[in-house]
Write a protein that binds this ligand. Sequence first.
Ligand SMILES: [Zn+2]
Length: 195
Amino acid sequence: MDQDAEVTDTDTAAARLGQLHRYFRERPVTGPEGHSYTAFRARTPAAGSPILYDTTVSEHITNAVTEIVTHTRAANPDAGPLPARTADVYAWARDNMQHAPDVEQQRQAVIEARHRLEHAITAGDTTVVRPHRCPACHTIGLHWPREAGRNTRAKAVCVNLNCAAANGGMHRRWSLEALACEQVRVEKMLRECAT
Ligand SMILES: [Zn+2]
């Protein structure tokens, strides 16, 4: 699980994880000058310490990999050994879930879609949110609030006024999990339409 992934498609969960992993490895403890990671690790006592920043990214990677592996092994106790490269864990999960029930494969797809968003946001790329559709009004153009920063537990905001009007004047807010669910639901629907 140590080596970097060589990826060609740069916008999958695997590629995003590979980039994050590489980024983490290339920035050991020498200081993220010019960056603010305060929002990203609100609980840390010494904001600004590069060591804590790297610890957080490292924890993020570990948690993501653990989630995928745990889910895969729960659905398929016979799943084989983990791949050598961290980013290959998604392909490993899909391979080992081929005969799992649909609902488990669906769940896997949602986790992977959410991880893609989480890895990007953890790396500071919040542009991944905007192309998603609001699960309620289905329009594109969700907003990631500036104060949300790299906090992957924050929520995206639907800025569509009709959507807010239908919600008692309140802009609807969506977790990354909700966006991932909606993405997988729509993709599945489109696949079924195409067959
Ligand atoms: Zn909406």
